[in-house]
Design a binder for this molecule. Sequence first.
Ligand code: MOS
Length: 749
Amino acid sequence: MARIGQPLARIDGPAKVTGAALFPADEPVARPAYAFLATSPIAKGRVARVDAAAVRALPGVLDVLTHANVGGEVKPPGGPGGQGGTTTTLESDRVWHDGQIVAVVVAETYEIARDAARRLKIDYAPEPPAVGFGSPGATSEPAQGLEGDKPPSAGDAQSAFANAPVKVDARYSTPTQHHNAMELFSTTCVWRGDQLTVYEPSQFVGGVQHGLAAQLGLPPEKVRCVSRFVGGGFGGKGGLTARTAWIAIAARRLGRPVKLVATRDQGFTIATYRAETRHRLRLAAGRDGRLQALIHEADSVTSRPSRYNANGLSTTARLYACPNVTTEGRITHADRNTPGFMRAPPETPFMFPLECAMDELAAELGMDPVELRRINDTDKDPTGPRRFTSRSLMRCFDEAARAFGWSRRDPKPGAMRDGEWLIGWGCASAAYSANIGAGACRLRLTPDGKARIQMAAHELGTGSYTILALTAADRLGLRVEDIAVEIGDSALPPAGLSAGSTHASTICNVLAKACEEVRARLAEAAAAANSGPLAGQDPARLALAEGALRAPDGRSEPVADAIRRIGGMVEVYTENLPVGAPPDGLQTLHNGGIAMSRGSSREDGLAFAFGAQFVEVRVHERTREIRTPRAVGAFAAGRIVNPTTARSQYMGGMIWGLASALHEATEIDKRLGRYYNKDFAEYLIPVNADVDQVEVIFVPEEDRQVNPLGMKGIGEIGIVGMNAAVANAVWHATGRRVRDLPIRVEQLL
Ligand code: MOS
């Protein structure tokens, strides 16, 4: 019998490793035609002329879509993450960014479509683009929070900073980065009459369904999105992008299914990415180390039409006790594609300056960086009256420090070495808002003792199938192998989006609620029966365990018998509106919107997961080559449903954090506004040789307030502190503060 909290291997593992798992582009469709995108080589201007005649005449070419022949058929995409209203459409001749879709070629084969798209003759009227910060023509405005909230503040930070005895005042930057999930962006559209089915890897099938229906002017029930497995999402597959509607139109024009699998390099410009950011961070403290002022000013790049910003200030303002806090966010509009969510979208770029500045402050004070965090630990929001629902930051530090061997650190930079290698040890805090969404599910039990779960949840490699089966097994007293899990289809009860570290809490909490309804129904029938082993018992005290309905006195009845008593089957449909979600959240959920309770903004308390991360770097004294032989992360995120998949989540986040610190940057040509490392040869990601030991420590934490199962979410926190921990370790090894990511050899020469 599986229990919540016990390790369980992925139940979908065999399907994945044998190839039986159907990723959206693998779904069999009859006689598909193939689409290939033609994308803009200019970042700003107009499409002057498309000459499609020669391409249309090529054998096997079926259609060419451009703004001229289909531009009026689609409304711009809406959808979550500020990805709406933007930039990669055929709606007009306007070019907003490099790599924008300007035409879709459809042909009998992929190869013909690709060849034709490359032969398509398109003339442009280019204009000089503004590529980012400081470019002539870029414009800047104040940023709005995710929910339009005001930047958090307290006291008078400017004068507190001016008068404090110990200060840090530094500027930091983080680069453009792209998700680069292993699975490419794909869309396959099939019409049956006026009914459209879209096979597309998605973190939010309900968002695709409703968003696409709105774009095409269809009732939502005419659109279905199927996404049974996703080969990595990381935020990049959370929103509806322009390609989907064009493939739907192409399939309708042709009267035949159309399949698109975009190339790796197209993925850099037809979807979202992590925005480039710049920060000025000021910290001031007394000689005792207590913070007196925190001023965090941040700017991030976005596209011309989008006001997307990551809003990390709502976390950095609240992490430490500090009486005087000022935050200010700005966005800079440039001729770029619209950025969006990428693993811990706010915290990865925004905690970097804070956690580096804390390390710099510790050095100024001559204090251990862990002790500086301890002195400034708090159980209360420094910018408001709320308390944390639970906070285990220092327990994480203590456990990770012990495992890492931190007490053996010589605090002097450059003091530790091994032959020609300078050794640096650094640490940082991690924090992530504990969020949960509204959700619905259908649960059925049959007399053979089997259960079936249905909900429009998502499996991104995160382990959703497994934690659903595990939760149901725990609550229903069934074996995992007797539970069937159906997810990844917008025709199933809506379960919101898989993002913001919400999904496990969302889907497990609504499922647990459904299980309780099933238990109550069986128990009430068994207790009310005239005969039978449980007749006359208190139904509230009958529990489902090990295949039976059981009373405290030891009497029991097999589940199968209990099910037969109420007609041979029990099925419940359950909805859950979490504490802190908007009152109309269930309606929003059914309309394909985002209905979420955010740990940073719910009224009854601040809910955050915490972690502490320690990294050892080795920098070669002459070549300045940087290695990271080991990293330790300790995390407290409430209840862990499945330690096996949770460990992978944390570890994946930590490895990605190493990448964010040392490898990843999307390089942009400053004259042309064009990304020039759009492939795995030149967009650097860590390989096995870059990652030696990654140790994950689970810090047990019980939080009864955050949600009924006490889950805080773990999808993102693993990445959060890593870039600062690495930068701090590099300083410890070399005495050099590198405040601009990624840290590469040339910055240490
Ligand atoms: Mo995640 S960046 O919230 O999909």
